[in-house]
Design a protein around this ligand. Sequence first.
Ligand SMILES: Cc1cc2nc3c(=O)[nH]c(=O)nc-3n(C[C@H](O)[C@H](O)[C@H](O)COP(=O)(O)OP(=O)(O)OC[C@H]3O[C@@H](n4cnc5c(N)ncnc54)[C@H](O)[C@@H]3O)c2cc1C
Length: 509
Amino acid sequence: MDFDYVVIGAGVAGLRASIELAKSGTVLVIAKDSLRESSSEYAQGGIAVALSDEDEVALHEQDTLYAGDGLCNREAVHALVEEGPAAIQELIDWGAEFDKHGQKLAFTREGAHSRNRILHSHGDSTGREIARTLYFKAASLTNVRFESYSAVSDLITAADGAVTGAALFDERTRSFDRVYSKAVLLATGGLGRVYKETTNPDVATGDGVAMAWRAGATITNLEFVQFHPTALHVEGAPRFLLSEALRGEGAVLRNKHGEAFMARYHELKDLAPRDVVSRSIVEEMRRTDAPHVFLDLTARGANFIRQRFPRIYETCKAYGVDISLQAAPVHPAAHYAMGGVQTDLDGRTNIAGLFAAGEVACTGVHGANRLASNSLLEALVFGARAAREMRSTAGSSAGAGSVAPTMIPDISESDLRQLTWEFCGISRSRAGLLQFLDVLDGVSLSPMLEPTLAALELRNIYEVAHLIAQAALWREESRGAHFRVDFPDKRAEFLLESNLVRDLITPLV
Ligand SMILES: Cc1cc2nc3c(=O)[nH]c(=O)nc-3n(C[C@H](O)[C@H](O)[C@H](O)COP(=O)(O)OP(=O)(O)OC[C@H]3O[C@@H](n4cnc5c(N)ncnc54)[C@H](O)[C@@H]3O)c2cc1C
């Protein structure tokens, strides 16, 4: 197969990019599962944008920088907040419906935002509405073709190192295929499923980071994984996210004795930054010897809850928890990767022909911690920017190249994800990280004989876990979402340094 452009991923970043790329040539958009299975589809709370009467772009910028804890790329933040309003207007022009009060857009507030600036759709289905709008726009363009249920196993590289295409695996036929193009965009989303506890969908196995790493890309800031404080914790149920917007609307965290405990940990109480809330919950669970804490929104009454949070209400109810009548059991879970494939503001990686945008990329826009609801906006703004750059710089398709050998680690996925949660989770230490790396280094690797999607994903989870551990070991301080029990404070020498993983360690396989 030959296309002018290949886009790996059909979330907000990949869809937005494909619309732009279609202006200059043919585009293949690839999705590992159905086109709807992505983090974008599950994003509830909303999208941050400085559009309300009381808001200013400069305030959005300031809040983003503050959350990023000294490690944001200021130019990237500036581009995000400044281009945000036009990106939202464009979505509205394409048919996106955001909730309104009367004729005006309705803005809500989330943790660490100084203004009401979160737009939402159908109450708590914001990502789904944005993805729907972008999908219909992209599907209306004759230049865009979609390939679902097709997993990219590796990038194809030419002798000079440039990326020339992607190798695809079809689980149904157990066969590989190749697609060549002038330029490839990685838009594969996050890596939450490297961890046992995660809000991310099954597709988020860090494939983009792992395959870019194998192709020689620089990976940055991987130690910064945001743990969402409140995932539903019901035995046997997926870790469904209970959006921060619930606390924005008055939900209170309580321990097993019914006590509201956040005032003991932070002056902003339940609206403290996510990493603080996550660690406070873990401490409160330890102190009261409980497997979870509770999130209580009952004071807002059933009518409000059903209208404002219809999807959350129905999903919790399906798992036996009526949040209008009772507090929901919650536990922190891996949620968002601030780090990833290092790019400039136009999606360029250090490899010719390879671009990245959305959660898989690291422009530095989130620094050490992401401000809530900035990631959908990031996917929109930087998806479009990367595509514009691809249109203007892409050369011709080489139509040839090779892929890295496929070596599969001999460890079960559930053991690996449990270990990653334990040693690279909310609190890390030198001793724990070294122990984890010892375990990983002791795992034998063997060539894949019978290809399966599960084996390909296991390889990626293993490599990404290894990279996170290396990065977390290197950063001997606590900053943003990265907390080291043995270095609980910030240290000036790490202030402006990003952790460039490729400079630190040699390839794994
Ligand atoms: C439960 C939840 C709630 C969230 N709520 C919010 C919110 O309210 N506001 C906000 O701003 N952010 C939120 N986020 C974060 C936000 O949704 C994501 O950061 C954003 O949607 C990422 O978009 P993306 O396009 O980069 O990736 P995704 O939307 O995750 O899309 C990734 C795509 O890549 C494909 N893919 C992955 N690997 C491969 C492969 N090997 N081969 C082929 N295709 C592949 C997938 O199939 C998918 O199509 C939330 C995240 C979660 C999980």
